[in-house]
Write a protein that binds this ligand. Structure first.
Ligand SMILES: CC(C)(COP(=O)(O)OP(=O)(O)OC[C@H]1O[C@@H](n2cnc3c(N)ncnc32)[C@H](O)[C@@H]1OP(=O)(O)O)[C@@H](O)C(=O)NCCC(=O)NCCS
Length: 197
């Protein structure tokens, strides 16, 4: 097995990233044509679903997993946020006391640098503050303050004051970080830094 920093291995990684980026670009173009508002580069998992892309706005450098955006109302996601696998963002419910069981929709607003972990459900009208974390399988029915960590069903705050990871780019998780591959390749050819005499 070639070492991690071998130029051949870095080149192979670069090819994989370029192919992944190409496919992601085409997926994004299709979603944009369907009305998705997106202010920069994002990664969208091939199996992510959007009931109505035109109701969804996603900020730059977000990583969207195999989630379902049930967008009967607006859904907005701030920059550098992660929406994990099997997350449901649900903007619709019914008035269970009305004779006609009428549909009720409310928007969902997710801040910047938020992580919504595996299997979480976000219910209609919820706002999640910047830097918050929603734990795996949480069911979020009330607003989440900025920097809070919530877990459970119904989700409750277990920690506060999480600092936003400023240097972190969620696109790196999706193996789309072509720049870092190129940097590593350049370093591999440059060789180890010379010791000062
Ligand atoms: C929310 C989360 C980030 C919290 O991490 P943490 O602060 O390190 O929490 P800890 O592991 O120290 O757990 C603290 C307590 O919360 C409980 N807990 C942690 N996550 C929980 C969750 N999602 N649901 C219910 N309880 C949870 C733990 O059992 C522990 O309980 P205890 O104190 O009674 O033993 C993490 O547990 C989580 O849900 N991660 C998501 C995993 C995931 O989706 N991975 C996929 C992508 S990599």
């Amino acid at each position: 097995m070639l070492p991690r920093n071998h130029p051949v291995r870095i080149c192979a990684g670069l090819v994989v990233r370029l192919l992944g980026s190409g496919r992601n670009y085409l997926r994004l173009a299709r979603l944009r044509r369907a009305g998705l508002h997106c202010t920069g580069t994002i990664y969208v998992h091939p199996l992510a679903r959007f009931s109505d892309p035109s109701n969804v706005t996603i900020g730059a450098n977000c990583n969207i997993g195999k989630a379902f955006f049930y967008a009967l109302d607006k859904i907005s996601i701030g920059d550098r946020s992660i929406v994990g696998e099997n997350v449901l963002l649900c903007t619709g419910s019914h008035d269970i006391y009305a004779a006609d069981f009428r549909l009720v929709t409310k928007p969902i607003a997710v801040g910047r640098c938020v992580w919504i972990a595996t299997g979480a459900t976000i219910l209609p009208g919820v706002r999640i503050g910047d830097g918050a974390v929603v734990g795996a399988m949480a069911v979020v029915s009330r607003d989440v303050p900025a920097g809070a960590v919530v877990i459970g069903n119904p989700a409750r705050v277990v920690r506060n004051g999480r600092a936003m990871p400023e240097g972190f780019n969620p696109l790196g998780l999706a193996s789309l970080d072509i720049e870092s591959s190129i940097r590593r390749l350049a370093n591999a050819f440059r060789g180890p830094p010379k010791a000062k005499s």
